[in-house]
Structures are given as C-alpha cells and as structure tokens.
Ligand binder design. Structure first.
Ligand code: SAM
Length: 224
C-alpha cells in the first residue's frame, strides 16, 4: 500500500484542499528568493517571486496540528520578507539551525560556508529531552536530481527529531523529493507538493525506493 502522496500542483492552491490540523510536521526548502542559477544554468521556479512563495505560510498554519514544528530552510538574503510572512501567519521562532560546510559555495563580501534553517512553532510544542544540536555538519548532495537538492543525511535528523513514527510530514516545495524520502525511510507518512512535473516523477520514484527499503528493514528486524 502506498501511504505517501506526491502531488503535482501549486503549493497554496493545493494546501487549500487539505483539512485543517491534519499535518504533524512541515519540513521545507522553498525558493530562497535570490534568482538562483547554478553553473550549468539551471534555475529554481519562482526564485524571483515573493508572491508565489510567501503566501504559503497562512495555509501551513491552518493545516498544521497545534503544538508542532515547521522547519524552514532559508538563506539570509530575503530573511526580512520571510520572517514578516511567517510572523503574520502566527508562527513563532523556536530555534535556528546552522550547518557548517567544509567547502565554499560562493563568495562576495564573505565566503559562503554555511546553510541555515529556522525552527518555527505553531503553539507550544513539548520540550524535547534529547534536543538536536543547533550546529550541525553539512553533507553535500551533489545536486544530481535538482539544482538546490538537500542531502537526505541533512533532512533525516530533522524528521526524526520533530515527528514520531506514523506521523504525517509535509513539504509544500518538494523539489526532487528529499523530505519525502527522509520521512519514508524512517516510517513517517510523506506528503509533498511540487510545481514541476519532472521533479514529481523523480520524487515518486525515490520515495517508492525508500518505502521498499523501510519495509524490508522492518521485516528483517521483526524476524531477528
Ligand atoms: C529549493 S527547491 C527544493 C529542493 C528540494 N529540497 C530537494 O532536495 O530537491 C524548491 C522547489 O519548489 C518548487 N516550487 C516553487 N514554487 C512553487 C509553488 N508555488 N508551489 C509548489 N512548488 C513550488 C520549485 O519547482 C522547486 O523544485
């Protein structure tokens, strides 16, 4: 049975069809609003359109269950716009995560050697007795599937720390499917939304592989 759902669609429009308070955790890596272009000329849809990205926060707030987390990857360049949008929707800041890179991804006034994400809360989640450090080591994905692909090794600890087995994890800007893969690998239900059909197809195939891996591992553990 396929318990995961990868939806080809626009984030806000699609979220409007979801029931209120149906999602346990959101982990997402939206366009950073920097008009990104990689060395091969690949771009990210809507990376130049605040309107197409920031409208997602009120819908995320509505679909999330109370007292839960939204992990938002976000660079520094458009942080004023992002923080205004999440605060107006009702989210509060519960932490800031930083990954140090052992390479430089770019340089201008300084060398770019870190990635960051904001831990946002809806309501007041319970304190975690085994809290994740907010300084973590980066793993480079290789950007094989997507120009701004995150490594599963980076996303998995977030899904594990901020959700429980069987819970539903949403990524409304799914790209090549990394959040859904991370969720499927550790027994969470994944829902992803992505505008580009080619990334949806890729995400579905990656998630099917992760689901098979999880099922095999579960069977082996039960047999041992
Ligand atoms: C930064 S990328 C996510 C990459 C992903 N973390 C991965 O590992 O592959 C953001 C994605 O959001 C998608 N996107 C942009 N605007 C969107 C919208 N309004 N609704 C749904 N998807 C959107 C883009 O096509 C892009 O694939």
């Amino acid at each position: 049975m396929n318990i995961h759902n990868i939806i080809h669609g626009e984030a806000v429009e699609t979220l409007r069809t979801f029931e209120a308070q149906s999602i346990d955790l959101v982990v997402t890596d939206p366009p950073y609003l920097v008009n990104y272009r990689d060395r091969d000329g690949r771009r990210v849809r809507n990376d130049d359109s605040a309107e197409a990205v920031l409208g997602v926060f009120p819908e995320l707030y509505r679909v999330m269950k109370p007292d839960n987390f939204l992990v938002l990857f976000c660079g520094w360049a458009a942080i004023a716009q992002f923080s205004q949008a999440w605060a107006e929707a009702g989210f509060q800041v519960g932490g800031h995560l930083v990954w140090g890179k052992d390479y430089m991804s770019n340089a201008k006034h300084v060398q770019y050697r870190h990635e960051s994400a904001w831990l946002l809360t809806k309501g007041r989640p319970e304190k975690n007795g085994n809290a994740l450090p907010d300084l973590l080591a980066w793993t480079y994905s290789g950007n094989r599937h997507h120009p701004t692909e995150k490594a599963v090794e980076v996303v998995s600890p977030l899904v594990r720390a901020f959700s429980k087995p069987g819970e539903t994890v949403l990524d409304p800007f799914l790209g090549s499917g990394t959040t859904a893969v991370a969720a499927a690998l550790i027994g969470r239900k994944a829902i992803g939304i992505e505008l580009e059909a080619k990334y949806c197809a890729l995400a579905r195939s990656r998630v099917a592989g992760a689901e098979r891996f999880h099922a095999t591992r579960t069977t082996q553990r039960q047999a041992a």
